[in-house]
Design a binder for this molecule. Sequence first.
Ligand SMILES: C[S@@+](CC[C@H](N)C(=O)[O-])C[C@H]1O[C@@H](n2cnc3c(N)ncnc32)[C@H](O)[C@@H]1O
Length: 235
Amino acid sequence: MRGKFYGVGVGPGDPELITLKALKILRSVQYIVAPEKQEGKGSIAFDIIKDHITDPHKVISMVFPMTYDAQTLDESWGKAVQKIGALLMEGQDVAFITLGDPMVYSTYIYMMRLLKTYDVEIETIPGITSFCAAASRLGIALGETNETITIVPSAYNHPNLDKILEYSDNVVLMKTAKNFPNTINILERHRLMGKSVFVSKCSHKDEKIIYDLKSLGDEKVDYLSMVITKKGGLK
Ligand SMILES: C[S@@+](CC[C@H](N)C(=O)[O-])C[C@H]1O[C@@H](n2cnc3c(N)ncnc32)[C@H](O)[C@@H]1O
């Protein structure tokens, strides 16, 4: 019998913000795939769950470079799918862990699509997204009554960012690490600086919450950073 492939969301960072179902699956599967961006650099998703895992031998690190280069991505996804596919064919259950929720900007999405051709059972276990965790931490609503919420990936150069900031009531700018000063310029242009908050490494031990975005200056911001902007004010 073939094994089952799971995508498991491990939440934003606090190891207690993981679901009971995720925990049950991580303990029951034969293998856990921990994605890392460079060999030996470690996996942020694995750091979140490591205290829950009693058998470190079932953890396999796989490198997924952070790039938009199609050929590099094809190669790394192809290698990963072959390895995971081989384990599934042997009848082993494999869980692929992702930060936050697996269906929100994650490598799992591509693994899931490619593994569908192996005709194996696939189950996705949702996780607490980084922006839901940040809103709770800040004590602000992400959306209420008929307000809209827009999530923007690669906020530093998204082609529709101006329009989104103009029309959406609440905006989450993700992946802001690259060219953060540009994000600040855009928020200034839309007069949203006083209505925006920066959150980095939400629910991690070294979490940062900054309301005065200007104070970040040219500081290099962490990859796990976002800005939440609320037209109606931060409430
Ligand atoms: C590849 S996306 C992953 C999103 C994730 N699947 C989710 O559900 O939140 C990575 C981006 O998510 C945001 N992010 C993830 N974890 C975060 C955290 N703990 N604190 C702040 N931002 C976080 C950052 O904007 C980061 O660049």
